[in-house]
Structure formats: C-alpha cells, structure tokens
Write a new protein. Structure first.
Length: 102
C-alpha cells in the first residue's frame, strides 16, 4: 500500500483516517482485555508475522480502526465502537493474550 497523497480532493464529510501505531488503541482495548492489553500480540493471517499490538500499523478514524500487518499491510483486525459497544472483528489474524496479567 502506498501512502502517497491522493490527487483528488476528499469530500469534507469523510474525514481521512490517520495512520498511527497500536499504542493508540490501548485505551479502548483495555475495556475488553484489561491490563493484559499491554501484552497483546497479533499474528498476521497472511504472512504469519507476529508482533506486539503497539508495533502494528493502525488506521484510526473517530469510531473505528483498522489494524494492519507492519510487514505486508494485510488487515489483521478491524475495530469499531460506539457509546455502547466495542466490536473486534478478527478479519484475518490472531490475538494472543498473555494470561495472568490482569
Ligand atoms: Zn503480514
């Protein structure tokens, strides 16, 4: 995937997601995984690269995020949230939680 800027102007109603790292998701994932969030490891379903959540590439939008593999940019997880729920869609990958850390 290229990060080159798109030549066409974006419609103002669709804010462009920002590229951040997995640390940006720790706050919202702590609601699901508690203190174990800091130890989460993600395994890419495409290239089998395993890395800490904090090292993953994240496209962050106001109420959703796409977590991509840092090696092949494959989508590992998609997250979306509202005031009432957090949905974690394991698009193609695994989340490993270290037990005993919460
Ligand atoms: Zn990968």
């Amino acid at each position: 995937m290229s990060l080159a800027t798109h030549p066409l102007p974006e419609p103002p109603a669709t804010p462009r997601p920002s590229m951040v790292d997995g640390n940006a998701l720790i706050g919202i994932l702590e609601e699901a995984f508690g203190a174990a969030t800091a130890t989460l490891a993600l395994t890419c379903g495409s290239c089998a690269d395993a890395s800490a959540l904090s090292d993953s590439a994240v496209e962050l939008a106001p109420t959703s995020a796409i977590v991509r593999c840092r090696c092949c940019t494959h989508t590992i997880l998609t997250l979306r949230w509202s005031e009432h729920e957090l949905v974690i869609d394991g698009a193609s990958g695994q989340i490993t939680v270290q037990r005993g850390s919460r």
